[in-house]
Write a protein that binds this ligand. Structure first.
Ligand code: ADP
Length: 203
């Protein structure tokens, strides 16, 4: 499904360049649940951003479903970002002053109608937040906010979830709930690529 070969990425910082990824090669198959581990600064987020096309590598090959990503046109790239990957971040990145229901339905933008809202409601019910639809992020616990973020990542039926330390800001009970949700999604066939620095989460 994903094939990286010799991916290289450096960030320019004034007159020097900071290497983030050096010749990374890896293959990820459909339906896998992958943990990316490594110390802080080892390039985990950079790798995830490159996979989700939030960032581009300097060199190397990235093939997704057999197609070289650097050769996709703008429409294909937009499709890839919106419909192929769902993102979940450590800091949740929900819109403030916006209800849970609206946060989840928002990626549907062009189809913001009853269908979108009822799908968002169903996804929020699925992650256990059926009673919190009208709550804003500051009226939700960290674990609940992360559940909203997961529901949002699912709204476009993306087959791959990219999660950057999704439980990094959560207490251990919420951590377990979030990992249970991700495991259930994986059992249903979703591919999940998750950054963590905790060995038990990776296990
Ligand atoms: P990790 O997620 O493993 O903590 P990162 O991918 O965030 O690692 O960072 C890898 C390296 O790239 C680090 O040395 C970091 O300082 C550097 N880096 C990351 N993002 C940027 C950026 N936008 N500009 C400059 N350097 C960066």
């Amino acid at each position: 499904m994903i094939q990286l070969s010799n991916i290289h990425k450096t960030y320019p910082m004034g007159s020097v360049s900071v290497p983030a990824l050096r010749e990374i090669s890896l293959t990820i198959e459909r339906g896998e649940f992958i943990a990316i581990m490594g110390p802080s600064g080892s390039g985990k987020s950079t790798l995830l951003h490159i996979l989700g096309r939030l960032d581009t590598p300097d060199s190397g090959s990235y093939k997704l479903f057999g197609k070289e990503v650097s050769q996709l046109n703008e429409d294909e790239l937009a499709f890839l970002r919106g419909k192929v990957f769902g993102f979940v971040f450590q800091q949740f990145h929900l819109l403030p002053r916006t209800t849970a229901l609206e946060n989840v339905a928002l990626p549907l933008l062009y189809h913001f109608n009853n269908n979108g809202t009822s799908k968002a409601r169903r996804l929020l019910e699925e992650v256990g937040l059926g009673a919190r639809l009208q709550h804003r992020p500051n009226e939700l616990s960290g674990g609940q906010q992360q559940k909203v973020a997961i529901a949002r990542a699912l709204i476009n039926d993306a087959p791959i979830i990219l999660a950057d330390e999704p439980t990094g800001n959560l207490d251990s009970a919420s951590e377990k709930e979030i990992m249970d949700i991700l495991s259930r999604l994986n059992e249903r066939g979703m591919s999940i690529i998750l950054i963590t620095h905790e060995a038990d989460i990776a296990k």
